[in-house]
Design a protein around this ligand. Structure first.
Ligand code: NAD
Ligand code: ZN
Length: 353
């Protein structure tokens, strides 16, 4: 799949075994790669690193292993990765290779964006969520005061999405990533949505064809939004469907207790109900809810969370501006729009969800 942005165009290769193409790509795409730094996390290193290292032996790659999950995206880990890069003599002709999920991708991309004012990087995603995070060039680490607050736009040279590496994902991580696939369908492609709904009934038993179709279509849709709006001034905001409430739930629950996609699923149900009420959508939310419950998603706001605090969080979201909450709603499946909604209106709906 070719990703086209105003700053760059690059390919996402999707399929079983595509990792074996990386060394050819490096030899053909770069005049002379001096060093390769693989950034991965503890879990992925344990399960998959040995499938990559032999393929890159001619460069004798340096390995940096971050803690797994969101703990990879701290200043301390970022600093350590830069130290490893300097100690091992990386220079502007070196390449960083991200082997892992969205957390490793975001960290590696930000290391690559800032090391010597920017060096090339390649993504080798290992989660379903990464069909989203590896496309679009947003890279970041977290600050204790906010997630993804320190970052850059830095596009990879290529993405090698080897589906063989996804076989080991725990079901909760499949669920997290698949919520974004469903999101991409809802905001862009009614046919894809109906295909998903008729085809996918068990996330722990996806066939290769179902996985391939879901990820390639998801990537193409993400590209549609990103290519027209690389720096997020307009339609890229539609990708935030389900995320306004989703982010608030995620942060109130504490990152790591509730996966991103699981929180976004509840946010999407909320946005679908709002859309039925105020933007002319006529969507059978009950059918949707029973489908996704069958896939193992929670569909209600955890009861320990306070609606008032959720509203406050939504207003603090960096994508809100001027104190009012702009929601992504749907006019139809595949037709998103932005709408401002008042605090009182939202608070009443959160209490009712
Ligand atoms: P993740 O990278 O934290 O991975 C989730 C967990 O799965 C981790 O514990 C990881 O070690 C493990 N794991 C990864 N691959 C595995 C495999 N193949 N087998 C077994 N375990 C595996 O999380 P994620 O859900 O991939 O990504 C979430 C991150 O992505 C968040 O930090 C989020 O902010 C970011 N994100 C970025 C963008 C973007 O545009 N840059 C978009 C969406 C999300
Ligand atoms: Zn998301």
């Amino acid at each position: 799949i070719q990703i086209q942005t105003s700053s760059k165009s690059y390919n996402v290769f999707v399929g079983e075994g595509v990792r074996t193409e990386i060394s050819n790509f490096l030899n053909n795409h770069f005049a002379n790669v001096t060093r390769i730094l693989i950034i991965t996390d503890e879990t992925v290193a344990r399960i998959h690193l040995d499938k990559l290292i032999p393929l890159l032996s001619e460069w004798k790659p340096v390995i940096f292993t971050a803690p797994s999950g969101e703990k990879a995206k701290t200043f301390e880990v970022y600093y350590e990765a830069l130290s490893i890069a300097l100690e091992n003599g990386l220079d502007r002709k070196s390449v960083i290779l991200a082997l892992g999920g969205g957390a490793v991708g975001d960290l590696s991309g930000f290391v690559a964006a800032s090391f010597m004012r920017g060096i090339p990087f390649i993504q080798v995603p290992t989660t379903i969520l990464a069909h989203d995070s590896a496309v679009g060039g947003k890279v970041a680490i977290n600050h204790p005061l906010g997630k993804n607050m320190i970052g850059a736009f830095h596009q990879p040279e290529a993405v090698f999405y080897d589906l063989e590496l996804l076989n080991t994902l725990p079901e909760q991580e499949i669920r997290s990533g698949f919520a974004e696939v469903i999101k991409h369908a809802l905001i862009y492609d009614a046919d894809f949505y109906h295909w998903l709904k008729s085809e996918i009934h068990h996330l722990n038993a996806l066939t290769s064809e179902q996985l391939f179709e879901s990820l390639t279509r998801g990537i193409q849709i993400k590209n549609e939004f990103v290519s027209k709006d690389e720096k997020e001034t307009g339609i890229r905001a539609f990708l935030n469907f389900g995320h306004t409430l989703g982010h608030a739930i995620e942060s109130e629950m504490g990152y790591g207790n509730f996966t991103h996609g699981e929180a976004v699923m509840i946010g999407m149900i909320f946005a679908l109900k709002l859309s039925n009420e105020v933007s002319g959508l006529s969507f059978k939310t009950d059918e949707f809810i029973s489908w996704v419950q069958g896939l193992g998603y929670q569909t209600e706001i955890p009861e320990q969370l306070s609606p008032e605090r959720l509203l406050l969080k939504m207003k603090q979201d960096k994508k809100s501006s001027g104190g009012s909450v702009k929601f992504v709603l749907l006019e139809q499946i595949g037709q998103p729009k932005l709408q401002e909604l008042s605090d009182e209106f939202l608070l009443a709906r959160i209490k009712n969800l």
